[in-house]
Write a protein that binds this ligand. Sequence first.
Ligand code: PBG
Length: 330
Amino acid sequence: MSYPQTRMQRYRQNPTLRTLFAEHTLRPECCIQPLFIHEGLTEARDIGSLPGMVQHSLSSLRLEIDMLWLAGVRAVILFGIPLTKDATASTASDENGILQKAIRQIKTQRPEMTVIADCCLCEYTTHGHCGIPGPKAPLFDHDATLAQLSEIALSYAAAGVDIVAPSGMMDGMIQSLRSSLDQHGFSDILLMSYAVKYASAFYGPFRHAAGSGDVFSGNRRHHQMAYTQRKEALREAQLDVQEGADILMIKPGMPYLDIVADVRRETTLPVAVYQVSGEYAMLHAAAKAGVFTYEEAMLESLMAFVRAGANWIITYDAKRVRDFITPMLG
Ligand code: PBG
């Protein structure tokens, strides 16, 4: 039998050609490392559900930042685990709260490191909800929630944060945060919106990591998006664009690549994707069961995000990305 003139395998003959023809590539500078900082710890503590991840103390955070910088990572997203909680998350905006301290420490230690802070109530509320409950539970008291989110964002801004990342899927959060920041002289601070966040089983290990597995409320379907929805994701994204978001994030990652591609097509803003805790834990569990080599499967997943159009990837393995891309691409 005769082959056609154009033979696709000509492109794939050897590693040099494969690298030369690579349409997409992955850089550690585009990967963002999530970090958990616990107010009550003096040293790092392992998170059982997330292999290799820890809850940091302020001193272990210092070492971690140096290591991340050496690994080529240029941005971190911080989650705080406080000692005290209440119904309105009032400790979340404390200027001496754990996250505010962590931000100040990182910006003093390594000012060039981009510091992103997750801005939500759920780690700071006794009930574990992302908002302040209103009279018509489970609906939130919207105005009170937005007001508290603004207080939190302003305290992060005063501590020196570069990017505020509201993760609660509260309607109007971007507009409200943008105007509060601007009014207080923080118009240089960027807003990365968790624009399209689905109610997902894949957040399971995060709830342990954030130290509140028992209190975190499992069902967030009245404010996070339903996974039956695709067009609605574009409406969420468009609203955030109109409200003044600087970066749009989609979450989770792998099961939602259609959404990443849709949002990429519809916006000119930078697009980020969050490879969430359940995805990371699943890759580890499968590798442990002998299903595949962890690094190969991780790289393949990360490249899928790039291919779908993500500019930034939030991944628990940001620190190791440089170690495994160079030998494996090609
Ligand atoms: C809420 C928040 C969550 C995650 C990031 N921010 C949990 C949730 O919405 O239930 C999940 C991240 C992950 O699973 O890695 N502040």
